[in-house]
Design a protein around this ligand. Structure first.
Ligand code: PLP
Length: 410
């Protein structure tokens, strides 16, 4: 008899987006002509940079000739892409990363979900709350979460509330934790940490021999000077941090798939006898067994992001979305709603009048036909907030703000 992994049974269905889709469908059936504007999903809408398109066309031609044809890619990525990542994303900012510390992958989602495999099931994990759900769910599937309480919290997971009261900056945990997921710029709050704040976490991890899993999928959206683009800007981080990055939101690769993870040689986890084990080599071994690499064509497309033209086109993409963010932020403020984020990130986190994020969702959908994401779906501390994204078209973003301005909120 095949026995099921009971951890999977514990996991509630993907309630958030399924429930959003259900409510939108009910509304659409009742109001087939309503012009619904979706500012809920975290997916991009602009096409790929032309430099990537050209490079991928050329790479397709490479596959047509025996002399340039490629078979299985290397698990950790092609040198041509790794070198660009090292030189442009790190060396230019004064950070030294070695070639064998870069792992090209098909997504920050898969890497942030899979990395927990390297750690013992008894580790205590800490997550910011609200949180990108992948960190929590992947630990539930593995059996590291304990039981789900009525308050929406898993019994063995340590939640670090991020609300307006603490300026959306998590406080160090009161109890000892072993693995800390940090995502800055943050999804869903759109808020960031300063270097001084991030240093507190690096110092904590060093003193506790903990590991920080730092998701910087939205790094390209940072404009402020004192906001670190990489955790490796912080002294000592190489000993305790793994960093995840993605071309998805930087260069519109959500459907093309390319990302990378940096695991410094120094970062370690410990066996029961106290011996340090090199996570970099363990991840290499894991990927060699379970991952087939990213296709040559896609890696050529990612490489082109770093060309002169590619960099200009990516800046234009980010600029487009950040102009949307500004339009949304100003619109919300003009109607008296308190809003956060949207300056160094493509997410705007709105304080909900009345505090019920699903009630606000329904009103926004029914009264002005705008779809956003209720904060409660990102964790208990997300209740009372609502996420809007800057990834829509300019036209839709402007129209949404016009509707907001005409809306009788109270
Ligand atoms: N990390 C965060 C915080 C995200 O919000 C997302 C996507 O929404 C991802 C990772 C996924 O990135 P990728 O498309 O590279 O899998």
């Amino acid at each position: 008899m095949a026995h099921v992994n009971e951890n999977h049974i514990k996991l509630p269905g993907s309630y958030l987006f399924a429930e959003i889709a259900r409510r939108v469908n009910v509304f659409k059936n009742e109001h087939p002509d309503a012009g619904i504007i979706r500012l809920g999903i975290g997916d991009v809408t602009r096409p790929l940079p032309q430099a990537s398109i050209d490079a991928m066309h050329k790479a397709v031609d490479d596959m047509a000739h025996e002399s340039t044809f490629k078979g299985y890619p290397e698990y950790e990525g092609y040198d041509f892409l790794i070198q660009k990542i090292i030189d442009i994303d790190y060396k230019k900012r004064g950070i030294n990363i070695q070639k064998d510390e870069v792992f090209v992958s098909d997504g920050a989602k898969s890497d942030t979900a899979n990395i927990q495999e390297l750690f013992d099931l008894n580790n205590i994990i800490a997550v910011t709350d609200p949180v990108y759900p992948v960190y929590v769910d992947s630990n539930v599937m593995a059996g590291r979460s304990g039981e789900l309480g009525k308050d929406g919290r898993w019994s063995k997971i340590v939640y670090l509330p991020c609300t307006a009261e603490n300026k959306f900056m998590p406080e160090l945990p009161k109890q000892k934790v072993d693995i800390i997921y940090l995502c800055f710029p943050n999804n869903p709050t759109g808020m960031t940490l300063t270097k001084a704040e991030l240093k507190k976490w690096v110092d904590y991890a060093r003193s506790e021999k903990a590991v920080i899993l730092f998701d910087s999928a939205y790094e390209a959206y940072i404009s402020a000077e004192d906001v670190p683009r990489s955790i490796f800007e912080i002294e000592g981080a190489r000993e305790v941090a793994i960093e995840f990055r993605s071309f998805s939101k930087t260069a519109g690769f959500t459907g093309t798939r390319c990302a990378y993870t940096i695991i410094p040689r120094e970062v370690a986890a410990y066996s029961a006898d106290g011996q340090a084990h090199n996570l970099n080599r363990m991840w290499y071994r894991r990927q060699a067994t379970k991952f087939n690499g990213v296709s040559y064509i896609v890696q050529r497309g990612a490489e082109a992001v770093y060309s002169g033209e590619g960099q200009k086109q990516v800046q234009a993409l980010v600029g487009y979305y950040m102009t949307n963010a500004k339009i949304i932020l100003e619109g919300l403020k003009a109607v008296g709603l308190q809003a956060f984020g949207g300056v160094n990130a493509p997410y705007i986190w709105v304080k909900v009048p009345g505090g019920d994020s699903w009630a606000f969702f329904d009103r926004l959908l029914n009264e002005i036909n705008i779809v956003g994401t209720p904060g409660a779906g990102f964790g208990p501390s997300g209740e009372g907030y609502f996420r809007l994204t800057a990834f829509g078209s300019r036209e839709n973003t402007e129209e949404a703000v016009e509707r907001l301005k005409k809306w009788n909120i109270t």
